[in-house]
Design a protein around this ligand. Sequence first.
Ligand code: GUN
Length: 284
Amino acid sequence: MATTLSGKDIAKKVNDELLVEIDKLCDLGVTPGLTVVLVGDDEASQIYVRNKAKACEALGIESNVVRLSRYISQSELIEVIKELNADNAVDGILVQLPLPNHIDPDAVLEAIDPKKDVDGFHALNAGRLMQGVDTFEACTPKGIMRMLKESGVKLRGANAVVVGRSNIVGKPIAMMLLKADCTVTVCHSKTRDLSSYTKNADVLVVATGIPNFIKGDMIKPGAVVIDVGMDHDENGKLCGDVEFESAEKVAGFITPVPGGVGPMTIAMLMSNTVQAAKQHANIK
Ligand code: GUN
């Protein structure tokens, strides 16, 4: 039976560390500030944004949500971002994804000042990550790496298999695992004989958005299984990309949904915002 990796507990530890750091910044007259840009009224995005604002409040980070109509043009949205880039009270900018179909997300993300890109999605920051240079790292993969570290998982030489190739999770986590000396394989929806790869994984990270996609018989006994999914099954019940019931019988460690990767993502966003505020104020 697998040990459950509680993202909730590790996120609490991260937040406690951040509270100390934010206290020190406040003594120096610096209050970290995050601005979230929300376009349209996607229901899941509203919940995510609310949770981000709550997390800021709990830590004493100033947060502001800029709500924009789903009909806003790309150039108008980019103008809003330019104003935030120039606003000295704003340390971090996050544009909640997905954006409406008529807007090119890459053009919008590249309009964000890379120094304020707390999501780590700007091409410059993604490129720096690929080169192994310290930078703003995307929050979900950064949170996964922290969980692995806190749980004492040995990464050097391990076979890591990532299922999913998104810019938000799949690609950046592959880079981070590579930097941590794993042998990394990236699989995706077109991969032939997927289980021949997953069965060989000492560390398996699944970020496909497909409910219960990975079953227990696709997992190597004793593996560390990280489930990034936030899906709903055929009965509308919240579930992950990994079928927990069968997987926990085989895996050594497994993240639950909810309470696994999710809380870590938000904690890392807070951490990146503090990092942005320190860099902005020239504090080491
Ligand atoms: N939508 C889903 N996940 C994320 C995320 O990590 N950042 C942003 N900006 N939007 C998202």
